[in-house]
Structure formats: C-alpha cells, structure tokens
Design a protein around this ligand. Structure first.
Ligand code: 13P
Length: 250
C-alpha cells in the first residue's frame, strides 16, 4: 500500500507571518490524517519558522530547491544538510519552473536528487512535458526520459525515499488540468519505466504525485486513479480552506 502524499508548493509566496497564519489554519482544520502524508514547502526564508510551527504535528516540512554540493563558495545556494538543519524532510527537485527559468537540466536535477539522498532528504522529483511536446505526441517519451535521466546512479534502496511528481507544464497555474484518464496513463507509463529499471516490486512502492491545477473540485477524481498517489499543489495550497479540502480528498 502506498501512503498518499499531498504537498503544497508555495513557490515565491508568503512572508513568515503569512506562512504562519496559513499553517495555523491548516493545523486547526486538519483533524485525523493518519492515512495520508501532508507536506508544506515554503520559500527558504520561512522554512525555519514553519519548521518550528509544524514540529510534532502531522504536517511535514519540505523545501522547493537544493544545491548539489554540501558546502563551499556557492553564493546564493543552499546545501542539503542546511535544509535538514531547519527541519526539512522533503525537497522538490527539477520543478519545471527551475528547468525553464533557472536552467536546470536532467543532469543537474540528477545531481541534486543524489545530493539530497546522501544527506537523508527525500527528493520529490518533478517531470513533465510542454504543450508542443504533448501536441506532437512526444509526451510519454519526454517524461519517461526525464525519469530515467533523473534516476541515474540511484539504487533501489535509495528509490524508496524518492517521490516522483508528474506535472505537465501546460497544466501548471493555468486551470487546465490533465484529465484523470490522461494523468493515469502517464503515471502508469512512469511506473512501467520504474519497473524496467528496478523491477516491479520496487516500482509498486514508489509514490507518484500529480501536479498542475489540482483544486478542491478535481482532486477526488484524480486521486481515485490507480497510479496517482498524491498531489503537488501550487495555487490551491496557498489558502487553508482549499488546501484542507485537497488534503481531505475522498
Ligand atoms: P498549480 O497548482 O498552481 O497549477 O501549480 C502546480 C505546481 O507547479 C506545483 O509544483
């Protein structure tokens, strides 16, 4: 059984005070969530404060990005153990915004993912195709290629600590969600790729989140799909009521 994992990627939103207010709202409405994992990924500047706030609660802390080196003269970068130091369990790597705006490649994503694992952080590795790639029938090849490249030199034991997130670029922030059937088809293709690389038993344990305009009104159908094991939520994770509804998917 794969425990569903619902993560909120706050992106470049929320001051410390705003983040605290959001988390207070989440904690107030969370109730019993023993059968699912809940993660919030604030910006770096709020990690320490939110880490203190969620300690001992059912909410787990994640970061949105990490550098692949453990320390050194890398101005502006943050190392994996610094994220551990402020209470992070998870870190997102390879988000399409990092790939498109900040120049991440499959190779740098792989290095970041392995650095995270080396320091006991659990990476959430994002993959996803653009609209032209989907329209020209290349979506599955692109996405499974990103999965293979991102997991180079990752062992089966390490993979147990990796979460994958399928985020079609055209669905991010657009309100244009993939249909549940299209998302399921891609998740199944990702799992088949994992089975090729690691065997079916290992592939069946890996959680694959869907991301891209997940909202209260579409989360139930998405989460009912066999190979969709969670959601990586942007916009709808910024308000307690909408994120709580997503966390409490049926
Ligand atoms: P939206 O939920 O705002 O579409 O963002 C998805 C995303 O990029 C999460 O990482």
């Amino acid at each position: 059984m794969r425990t569903p994992i619902i993560a909120g990627n706050w992106k470049m939103y929320k001051t410390v005070a705003e983040g605290r207010e959001l988390v207070a709202g989440l904690l107030a409405g969370l109730g019993q969530v023993a059968d699912r994992e809940v993660v919030v990924c604030p910006p770096y500047t709020a990690l320490y404060a939110i880490g203190e706030q969620v300690a001992g609660t059912p909410i787990t802390l994640g970061a949105q990005e990490v550098f692949s080196e453990s320390q050194g003269a890398f101005t502006g970068a943050v190392a994996p153990q610094m994220l551990r130091d402020v209470g992070c369990t998870y870190v997102i790597v390879g988000h399409s915004e990092r790939r498109q705006i900040f120049g991440d490649t499959d190779a740098t994503v792989n290095r970041k993912l392995r650095a995270a694992l080396d320091f006991s952080l659990r990476p959430i590795m994002c993959v996803g195709e653009s609209k032209p790639q989907r329209d020209s029938g290349q979506a599955e090849a692109i996405v499974t290629g990103q999965v293979r490249a991102g997991l180079v030199d990752v062992t089966a034991t390490q993979l147990l600590n990796v979460v994958l997130a399928y985020e079609p670029i055209w669905a991010i922030g657009t309100g244009d969600t993939a249909t549940a059937a299209d998302a399921q088809a891609m998740h199944a293709a990702i799992r088949a790729t994992l089975a090729e690389l690691y065997g079916d038993a290992v592939a069946q344990t890996v959680r694959i989140q869907y991301g891209g305009s997940v909202k209260p009104d579409n989360v139930d159908e998405l989460m009912s799909q066999t190979d969709i094991d969670g959601a990586l939520v942007g916009g709808a994770s910024l308000k307690a009521d909408s994120f709580l509804r997503i966390i409490h998917f049926q």
